[in-house]
Design a protein around this ligand. Structure first.
Ligand SMILES: [Fe+2]
Ligand SMILES: [Fe+2]
Length: 184
């Protein structure tokens, strides 16, 4: 008796998303390593912490596939891009990688909607919400480097930004979570 509650198409797409989250984790790890090597320990720390978040996303997809009776296939993770050329470039790459991930998540949402797989559709809503936070976080990084002077940021401005990120929260608050009592 087949107890797999996922269609072949959805199972494949979820597996691809699982690998994509692992890839996102590798991307953050590689940028963190680059930042640390350049002496930006605050930025590195922030990126290392975020690499762990992406790995948790990978585990979340893996657990869901198994929970639905599917098979989670662990495959090769593609290598991250080349190292960033500057802090500005690093944050631009982070933003682009989050947007790419959102696009993949939206495809899965559409696919599950088309198949009327409401369990997967419901599961994916967590990721839709999470991506709002992730994109906000990446936008905040771009705002910070813009204020610091972008590609022309002085050593002093980069030093302040690096220190700032050392203690930055890992999650950006979502506007949709705001309440009258807690406007965020
Ligand atoms: Fe993620
Ligand atoms: Fe992310």
């Amino acid at each position: 008796m087949d107890t797999n509650r996922l269609s072949k198409t959805i199972e494949e797409a979820l597996n691809a998303q699982m690998t994509k989250e692992a890839h996102a984790s590798q991307i953050y790890l590689s940028y963190a390593s680059w930042a640390s090597d350049k002496g930006f320990d605050g930025i590195a720390n922030f990126l290392f912490r975020h690499a762990n978040e992406e790995r948790n996303h990978m585990m979340k997809v893996l657990e869901y596939i198994l929970e639905r009776g599917g098979k989670a296939k662990i495959v090769t993770i593609p290598a991250p891009d080349a190292d960033p050329t500057s802090v500005q470039n690093c944050f631009e790459k982070v933003f682009q990688s989050e947007v790419d991930n959102t696009t993949a998540i939206y495809k899965l949402v559409k696919m599950s909607h088309d198949e009327q797989d409401w369990a997967t559709w419901n599961f994916m809503q967590w990721f839709v919400k999470e991506q709002i936070e992730e994109e906000t976080l990446a936008m905040n990084l771009l705002n910070k480097i813009k204020i610091a002077g972008g590609e022309k940021a002085s050593g002093e401005a980069l030093y302040a930004l690096d220190r700032d990120l050392e203690s930055a929260p890992d999650d950006a608050p979502s506007a949709e979570d705001a309440t009258a009592a807690n406007p965020i």
